[in-house]
Each structure stands twice: as C-alpha cells, then as structure tokens.
Design a binder for this molecule. Structure first.
Ligand SMILES: [Zn+2]
Length: 186
C-alpha cells in the first residue's frame, strides 16, 4: 500500500500566496516572507514591552487613568478611547487643560485587559489543573479582584480559560486568574 503523501496547501500569512506547506509548522511561502514575519513579530514584541512598562508604573490604587495608561492597560486605540469619552460611555474627569482621566473600573467592565507581552506567545499544550484546590470559584474571583461576574465570564471567554462546573460552582484555575488580574489586585 503506498504511503499517503503529506501535503497541506496554505495561504502565506505575509503575502497571501497559496503554497504547499512542507511541514505542519510552515506558514510562509518563502524565506523572504518568513523574515518579514519575524521582523514584524519582533517589532510587535517591543511595542508590547513598551506598553508593559507603562502598565507597571500605574499605581494599583489609581482610580482614574490617563488615555495613554488606558491604551497600555487594555490595548484600546486612543481614537476609540476619545470617542468613549465624547459619548460619555466612560466616566472621565478633566485634570488640567490637556489631560482627561478615565475611570479604570468602568473600562474594566467593558474591556478585557490586554494580554501581557511577557507571557509566551504560543503556549503549546498548556497544562491546567482543574482540581478545586487549584481553582477559584467565580464568586471568589469577584471578591478577590473586585470585578463583577459578567466581566469575569467575558475574560474567561476572551482568553479561552478552561472552567469546570461542580454542582452550583464554576471553578477556574487560580494560576490563570492570578496572571490575568495581577495588575488589578488591591
Ligand atoms: Zn509569502
């Protein structure tokens, strides 16, 4: 019996050309496109690292944050943030002539935090423990991090965090939640 030929046709993630992938890890048609992708990834990592630096400097107790801080924390574009301010969707205060501050709490209700640059970009076969001792219940999360339930569920979906239901309780791995909310802990 002849061996089945291993052939995957893909679209190059850089130029969009169709090509035959040699291995399951081939995403680019040529070394040139591979290099372009590599450069883009490096630039993006640096951009995210700069944002992380901004995030680190935001005092945890700060209730109102600047547009730049909101961008760094949530990854929402400044245009969007200014639109939210104009529409009054997010409570804001004027602190000086060119300084508008936004409510961090209200932003958190609407947007998940930006994923950290420092977490590995492609976690392969991440292992979770869904044993209750290694998990928070949703109620524990809302209490510990002062986030409301719907926000927690939003983040769980957005970041594909696994959950486990036992009886009336939904369990979520502590590690994932601690990591997600480490900047919000008070
Ligand atoms: Zn290409």
């Amino acid at each position: 019996m002849p061996a089945a030929k291993f052939e995957i046709t893909r679209q190059c993630k850089v130029c969009g050309e169709t090509f035959v992938a040699k291995t399951i890890e081939s995403w680019y048609c040529t070394p040139k496109c591979f290099k372009i992708a590599w450069k883009r990834r490096k630039d993006e990592e640096q951009r995210l690292q700069r944002l992380d630096e901004v995030v680190k400097k935001i005092p945890k107790s700060k209730e109102y944050i600047t547009v730049s801080e909101a961008y760094a924390l949530f990854g929402i574009s400044k245009e969007t943030l200014y639109r939210l301010i104009r529409k009054g969707t997010i409570p804001s205060v004027n602190a000086g002539e060119r300084q508008t501050l936004l409510s961090k709490e209200e932003l958190m209700k609407l947007y998940p935090l930006r994923k950290k640059a420092l977490t590995k970009p492609k976690p392969i076969a991440k292992l979770y423990s869904l044993e209750p001792k290694d998990c928070y219940t949703i109620g524990e999360i809302t209490e510990k991090f002062l986030v409301n339930e719907s926000t927690v569920y939003l983040h769980i979906r957005k970041y594909s965090i696994p959950t486990r239901q036992i009886g009336n309780f939904v369990y979520v791995p502590k590690k994932e939640i601690d990591n997600l909310y480490k900047d919000m802990k008070r």
